[in-house]
Design a protein around this ligand. Structure first.
Ligand code: MLT
Ligand code: ZN
Length: 472
């Protein structure tokens, strides 16, 4: 799709819409000594990729976004929407340059409706700030990606982000009732109603969630909330074999317990994270992996009963001494280690795959990843939300040649993805396809499915200006 370059007239028009202070360009950033900050709008947390925007716009509301989209639609200028830039598949990278449209100023929690257990928010609200605000009135918003301290709810909606609690509570899409969206043509719509049930036409809300900013720009979201679970129990379980940890995951569910967190950390993942955080941690020689298992609820006695059930299941495996975290500080430290594995890995050169399979196939996937790595000569750090069958596979650059890193790895990554699909899984559980996984999407989706998606894209965005170069 041919795009047009930005003109000085368009820059003037953008200034009239959002105000000159919110129109950033490389030259202006240079003059204001903010070049590094400006360059950040061309990166996210995906590998070490960078694409320079021609201009960054920071609108304040849906109306301003609508005016921007009308102009860009008319002039065929590409627009890349951007939240906090914590994405892991390159979804916010302006690969065709043009406009980067940042939602950072749409950062209000508009309403917390305690009567209906709902809240209305703008997309630039930070996930954890939202969780804390609803917690203050006894309510609970469960989706909690590892980057919850900085990621925006808009980005969470773009990928249907998950995190550890998804295993019991579902991902972002399970909490969305209604969305205000600016379409690529500039029209503003609400997708549904603020109701828990809705059987009124096609589900545009769920079409928007996970569409990675390619169909519209979300400017408000109505989420449903839950009562805050008052108690939790956290245990760290050491395993002498990775395969046994994988097997134990599905056994816990079969015993009738649904944990609120069921995370896998292979030995090296935990070691890297502790080192990154400066926490002294010695994993015993014979331990290959850990499961971090959390149970939550309103009734502590009930939780202890569930914990006993989990212990009974774990008795069937060759586990080391289980650590039952008994203080809030101990729990925080364990979660900090888990949540920082990604950051620890990011301090090396790496590629991250977000594999997902039905939970009971996890052992086969893990063994397959290691076998493929051994055959092609790469090291991987594996961890993730195994209660959901979601394993993050981080391939470490190490001593791989440029040729292997840039081209040669395509084959082993394809092998990993083909294995996922063979096991009934797919190629991304929560990070999305974005830029870096789009070359593999044909492994997971048939051409007929892809054509349906391309057709949908065309209906929403006839000139293909919104987040071009992503998904397919
Ligand atoms: C995680 O679960 O830690 C994230 O999804 C992956 C990451 O931050 O790299
Ligand atoms: Zn994750």
């Amino acid at each position: 799709m041919p795009f047009n370059a930005l003109t000085p007239e368009l820059i003037v028009a953008f200034e009239a819409i959002v105000g000159p202070a919110h129109v950033l360009t490389a030259q202006r950033a240079e003059a204001a000594a903010t070049a590094e900050m400006y360059a950040d709008y061309g990166r996210d947390h995906t590998e070490d990729l960078h694409y320079a925007p021609d201009v960054v716009l920071r609108p304040a509301n849906a109306d301003e976004i609508s005016q921007i989209m009308r102009l860009c639609h008319e002039h065929r200028v590409p627009v890349t929407p951007r939240g906090a830039g914590t994405g892991l598949s390159g979804g916010a990278l302006p690969v065709h340059h043009g406009v980067v449209l940042s939602t950072e100023r749409l950062n209000k929690i508009i309403q917390i409706d305690e009567r209906n257990l709902q809240a209305t928010v703008e997309p630039g609200v930070v996930n954890e700030a939202f969780q804390n605000a609803v917690k203050e009135v006894g309510l609970f918003y469960p989706p909690d990606p590892a980057s919850k301290g900085s990621c925006f709810l808009g980005g969470n909606l773009a990928h249907s982000s998950g995190g550890p609690k998804a295993v019991k509570y579902g991902t972002t899409r399970d909490y969305v009732l209604n969305l205000q969206v600016v379409l690529p043509t500039g029209e503003i719509i609400w997708t549904a109603a603020n109701t828990l049930k809705n059987s009124t036409g096609y589900n545009l809300t769920q079409l928007m969630v996970g569409s990675e900013g390619t169909l519209g720009i979300i400017t408000q979201a109505v989420f449903r909330l839950l009562p805050y679970p008052q108690h939790n129990v956290l245990m760290l379980v050491p395993f002498r074999q990775e395969a046994q940890a994988a097997e134990a995951v599905s056994a816990v569910f079969r015993a009738g317990v649904i944990p609120s967190g069921m995370e896998f950390m292979e030995r090296i993942a935990m070691e890297w994270s502790a080192r990154y955080l400066g926490i002294p941690l010695t994993v015993p020689e014979d331990v290959r992996a850990h499961l971090l298992i959390e149970l939550d609820g309103q009734d502590l006695d009930q939780l202890y009963k569930e914990a006993e059930q989990v212990y009974a299941v774990l008795d069937n495996y060759n586990v080391g001494e289980i650590l039952l975290a008994d203080t809030a500080a101990q729990k925080d430290e364990l979660w900090r280690i888990r949540r920082n594995i990604g950051n620890a890995v990011k301090s090396a050169v790496y590629k991250e795959e977000d594999t997902v399979v039905p939970r009971a196939e996890l052992g086969t996937l893990l063994a397959g990843v290691k076998e493929i790595g051994a055959r092609y000569g790469f090291q991987s750090v594996c961890y993730g939300h195994v209660g959901d069958g979601n394993l993050h596979v981080n391939i470490i650059r190490g001593n791989l040649s440029d040729e292997m890193w840039n081209v040669g790895l395509r084959e082993p990554i394809s092998e990993i993805f083909r294995l996922c699909v063979k096991l009934g899984g797919t190629i991304s559980g929560e990070h999305g396809i974005g830029l870096v996984q789009k070359g593999y999407i044909g492994i997971a989706l048939a051409e007929t499915n892809l054509n349906l998606m391309r057709g949908i894209k065309k209906v929403f965005d006839p000139h293909g200006i919104l987040n071009p170069g992503k998904i397919f």
